[in-house]
Design a binder for this molecule. Structure first.
Ligand SMILES: C[S@@+](CC[C@H](N)C(=O)[O-])C[C@H]1O[C@@H](n2cnc3c(N)ncnc32)[C@H](O)[C@@H]1O
Length: 372
């Protein structure tokens, strides 16, 4: 690791302690948000938002691409508690079947990826951009495999480790700090690799796919749910670009790429692409973006009403108002409201992108590293 990378890592670890304190894991959601160091929270928000100034010109984009590591680290420092509060501990979308509850749908989406990757008991598997470990815990239980979660956010790693111990999965799970653009695992280490809605944070898809190719054993499989703009997206159409920008700003993504860029990148680094299918391109009765819409007709079970309320349009307005008030009276750290506004912008862009089929969060690629 270079000196610059080492320094960045030390700085991020120190900052995580300052921001979240030592007792990571005992609190989640809003109660975790309220126990932050307020000055550090303001700094994290500034570090994140300085890159999202409404500009989509080449220079602005380049600055975001260059600072991808710090920008994403800061983004997840400030949104992780909101994600856990609104969504749970798997930070991804899924398809919904009539009568299926939210948690079952999230788990099924994870099982399907594990099945498509061919993950089995005895495999050593890498989860690229593992969040707080929700998918890794589910896939470890489902398959019996051992999973290493890679993440550049110290707060999320500490949480993932805490949950692995809490749910008695520490023997099967390991979580390590690292940048997926520069992996430190030896070549040919893993039997399988998967990534769920994480590699979209890469400044260049070819860069992260190249690293995955390197650490995967020959003959091994990589399966991914990629966030991409679909073939309907036109970068030169201002309406389309606005939607892509809302997704970028609200989700900490330096640049949204198209499905063709992703497929080409996989092939360029040497993968044989076995499957390339947009799971959102369907006639499902309940669309994948339903939790963000505010359309009560889509809610499938009584138990999902609370989750749906928190993530729906009205629920998000309530959260933003509540957080603004708490910030004003000094209970919530400064900048918390800005975070909820960025998340709001993301939700608007995601729903618009989903409705117009310009964007998908579940472009499934299954790719194989050739034997030789
Ligand atoms: C939307 S979350 C998805 C998390 C997890 N896959 C899940 O489904 O719950 C994206 C994840 O990618 C991680 N990430 C972003 N950039 C990264 C990088 N350069 N290196 C490693 N992890 C990164 C974030 O910290 C976050 O955990």
């Amino acid at each position: 690791m270079s000196n610059t990378e080492q320094e960045l890592r030390q700085r991020q670890a120190q900052f995580t302690k300052e921001l979240h304190g030592d007792d990571i894991g005992s609190k989640t959601g809003l109660s975790a948000l309220l126990s932050k160091n307020k000055n550090a929270q303001q700094e994290a928000v500034n570090k994140y938002l300085r890159h999202w100034d409404g500009k989509t010109d080449q220079d602005a984009e380049q600055r975001r691409l260059d600072d991808y590591n710090e920008a994403t680290h800061s983004y997840y420092n400030v949104v992780t508690d909101f994600y856990e509060y609104g969504w749970g501990s798997s930070f991804h979308f899924s398809r919904f079947y009539p009568g299926e509850n939210f948690k079952a749908s999230v788990a099924r989406h994870e099982h399907y990826l594990a099945y498509m990757a061919g993950i089995q008991k005895g495999d050593l598997v890498l989860d690229v951009g593992c969040g707080v470990g929700g998918p890794a815990r589910e896939i470890a239980r489902f398959t019996g495999a051992s999973i290493v979660g890679l993440n550049n956010n110290d707060y999320q790693i500490a949480k993932a480790k805490h949950y692995a111990r809490k749910y008695k999965l520490a023997d099967q799970l390991e979580f390590v700090k690292g940048d997926f653009m520069n992996m430190e695992f030896p070549e040919n280490t893993f039997d399988k690799v998967y990534a769920i809605e994480a590699t979209c944070h890469a400044p260049k898809l070819e860069g992260v796919y190249e690293q995955i190719y390197k650490v995967l054993k020959p003959g091994g499989t990589f399966a991914v749910y990629e966030w991409v703009m679909t073939a309907n997206y036109d970068e030169n159409n201002p309406e389309h670009r606005k939607i892509a920008y809302e997704i970028e700003v609200g989700d900490g993504i330096p640049k949204m790429y198209s499905v063709d860029v992703a497929r080409d990148a996989l092939q360029k680094v040497g993968f044989d692409v076995l499957v390339g299918r947009d799971l959102a391109d369907n006639d499902d009765d309940v669309p994948w973006y339903y939790p963000l819409t505010g359309e009560w007709k889509y809610v499938q079970t009584l138990g999902d009403l609370a989750t749906f309320f928190r993530t729906s349009f009205i629920g998000r307005k309530v959260t933003t108002t509540m957080v603004s008030l708490m910030e004003r009276v000094g209970i919530a750290p400064q900048g918390s409201r800005d975070v909820t506004l960025a998340l709001e912008e993301a939700a608007v862009g995601l729903v618009a992108g989903g409705k117009q089929k310009l964007f998908t969060p579940m472009m499934l690629f299954v790719a194989k590293k050739p034997e030789n």
